[in-house]
Design a protein around this ligand. Structure first.
Ligand code: PLP
Length: 626
């Protein structure tokens, strides 16, 4: 387990049981757990095929509860005189069932929703209908967006529209006057403080969104002139997602709180200070400020938020605001795990017995003979020289082959010997401390590609797009020492669809330790902490569609319950995105085949079997089956 660093990134939600399987706990340190391998075997018995996205709804609830608990404690400890509220930014994962679950569980914490576009607005309104869930509207807005929000206010939704740009405010004022509806307004400020990491440009002077100080003054004047200043109830700021350093967060908080106090002094009745997102997730367990990690805990974050805001407000003699955070990543990252099968590439029994072939060879080619000598004689003292010679000999084998001096069989044996020598060197290197510098990356020469039944572009796009680390590990055999070092390739026809960076025991590793897959063994790997952003950013590369998704809850009696099964895309569905229609394809092929049948080029049976195969493929899963 150590090699996967699970104890450091797992947030006490994942552990390994006596059978050597990964278990998921409903909340940190809970004694209850679900054995992932048993669960996957049960799902396969239910004919739910991998890749399967497992959504652990208790983990989601646990995260909502723990973020709220941590803030409650911080409020208590700092004697903060106002409240905290999370607004879940639905951009992080908009799946209806997920947002519904967040809304229903979060109700007790007064959770709200943050939306950033017209489609998200409609989704937010749909979820909030009938339960009064408050909504905050960010993003660029046109007249239709603004008018919808105004009427939503009129008919009783608790909805705040955040002004991101000055020209937006003009539109809001015009439409408010036209409709006679007074909106609840927020103002987003452009802080000069920047975040760190990949999304640092969401903050700072060059940020895409928010009003500069001069524009805030203009906005106050415009609103005052229209008698609408009291519509402003919220001040918003956001310096980016996954802020890796706590000191950046502190600086931004101080600036936002200062603006709040100054605006209050100017008579703007702001009740809420919305500090946006930024609360990061420690994906690799390194607790560092590297962008797949964060150098602080949720507790530290909450304490800083409460402390800094209180401090600034007290200094200024201004009432403390209610605090809102839009912590989406930290809410949903942990609750989903993608599990898929590794294609069993065990070639045992298929390869010729090169050992015997070599023995029986009367006169092996000189290159082969030299490699064989190295293989037999190599030891720790000859290591370096033999390593260099081996590299030279394998290159020589290729050149000789290309020139026609080596047969295919000779080259095959040379290749086989090379692999054996490298393995032998590795077993020697492992015992030498310190490892000679040039042999340190040596293990990479042994790295094998394991093919997993998934699309990187669909399921963990950030791994490809921004080289983000996600914990990846086998879900079984964790009581057995991994004996293979591997990279993980997906099944798209794209060479970018390969993962060569992993969460390792000592930070980023260039390979993943896995087990040699036995013949007829089903071997599964899990991709963890993928609940935030990955599902919606995923694309249809090679037309691999959404994976099957299953919602699971813990159950004391039965271990777990399957709440919902959401079928992944069928082939006809991904084809439809690119304007192919299943029935039309079948019709076209059938008509063509009928002509061939008439000409006796194709038999009726062949034709109908082909149509049947196409039909089955269209209705089936886009990923690999048997
Ligand atoms: N709020 C706003 C306005 C955002 O743009 C974002 C995403 O960048 C978030 C909240 C979510 O932030 P996080 O990913 O840190 O949860």
């Amino acid at each position: 387990a150590k090699v996967y660093n699970i104890d450091n990134w797992g947030a006490d939600l994942f552990s390994i049981n006596k059978k050597g399987n990964i278990c998921v706990h409903p909340s940190s340190n809970s004694k209850n757990s679900i054995d992932l391998r048993v669960l996957v075997d049960d799902l396969i018995k239910r004919k739910i095929k991998p890749p399967i996205l497992l959504r652990f709804m208790d983990v989601l609830q646990g995260r909502i509860a723990s973020i709220n608990r941590v803030f409650k404690n911080a409020i208590h400890e700092n004697e903060y005189p106002a409240k905290y509220q999370t607004f879940y930014p639905i951009k992080v994962n908009q799946q209806r069932q997920v947002v519904e679950a967040i809304a229903s569980y979060g109700k007790r914490y007064n959770i709200g929703l943050e939306v950033g576009s017209k489609p998200e607005l409609v989704a937010g309104i749909s979820i909030s209908t009938g339960n009064g869930l408050p909504i905050i509207c960010n993003g660029y807005k046109d007249g239709e967006y603004i008018e919808t929000v105004l009427y939503a206010t009129k008919i009783g939704y608790d909805i705040t529209i955040v002004v991101e740009k000055l020209f937006e405010l003009e539109k809001i004022i015009t439409l408010s006057k036209k409709t006679g509806i007074r909106p609840k307004l927020g103002i987003r400020v452009k802080l000069s403080s920047k975040g760190t990491g990949k999304w640092a440009t969401s903050g700072g002077e060059d940020a895409k969104f928010g009003l500069r100080m001069s524009e805030i003054m203009a906005a106050i004047r415009m609103l005052e002139e229209e008698g609408m200043l009291e519509c402003v109830t919220l001040l918003h700021s956001h310096i980016g997602s996954q802020i890796t350093k706590i000191d950046k967060i502190k600086t931004a908080l101080i600036e936002a709180a200062r603006i709040y106090t100054e605006m209050r002094k100017l008579g703007v009745g702001i009740e809420y200070l919305d500090i946006g997102g930024g609360l990061g997730v420690d994906y690799d367990g390194s607790k560092s400020s590297y962008f797949s990690s964060v150098n602080y805990t949720v507790e530290e974050y909450a304490n800083d938020v409460i402390y800094q805001i209180k401090n600034i407000c007290e200094e200024a003699g201004v009432a403390c605001p209610n605090i809102i955070s839009e912590s989406g990543r930290a809410t949903v990252a942990h609750y989903s795990v993608l599990v898929t099968n590794v294609l069993n590439t065990n070639t045992q029994g298929l390869m010729p017995d090169y050992e015997t072939i070599l023995e029986e060879m009367e006169k092996p080619a000189p290159t082969v003979r030299k490699l064989l000598d190295i293989y037999k004689s190599i030891d720790r003292y000859s290591l370096r020289e033999d390593y260099h010679d081996t590299l030279q000999l394998i290159n020589e084998a290729v050149s000789l082959f290309n020139l026609g001096y080596l047969t295919l069989q000779d080259r095959a044996i040379a290749e086989w010997l090379y692999a054996r020598i490298i393995k032998k060197i590795n077993s020697i290197v492992e015992k030498i401390k310190p490892i000679p510098e040039e042999l340190q990356n040596f293990q990479l020469a042994l790295r094998q590609t394991y093919f997993a039944n998934f699309s990187l572009f669909q399921s963990i796009p950030d791994s490809w797009a921004i080289d983000q680390l996600f914990p990846i590990m086998p879900i079984q055999r964790l009581n057995q020492r991994p004996d293979v070092i591997a990279s993980i390739a997906d099944i798209t026809c794209d060479s970018d669809g390969e993962i060569t960076s992993f969460v390792g025991e000592h930070g980023r590793a260039k390979f993943l330790p896995l087990h040699k897959i036995r013949k007829d063994e089903d071997y599964y790997i899990g991709f963890f902490l993928i609940g935030a952003y990955q599902e919606i950013l995923g694309d249809l590369h090679n037309l691999f569609g959404d994976t099957n998704a299953v919602h699971i809850t813990f159950n004391k009696k039965t271990g777990y319950m399957i709440d919902t099964v959401i079928n992944g895309d069928a082939t006809w569905e991904t084809l439809k995105y690119v304007q192919y229609k299943g029935p039309e394809i079948l019709k076209r092929v059938r008509e063509h085949l009928e002509k061939d049948v008439a000409r006796r080029k194709v038999s009726i049976e062949e034709s109908s079997h082909f149509i049947e195969l196409l039909d089955r493929t269209l209705l089936g899963y886009t990923y690999l089956g048997e």
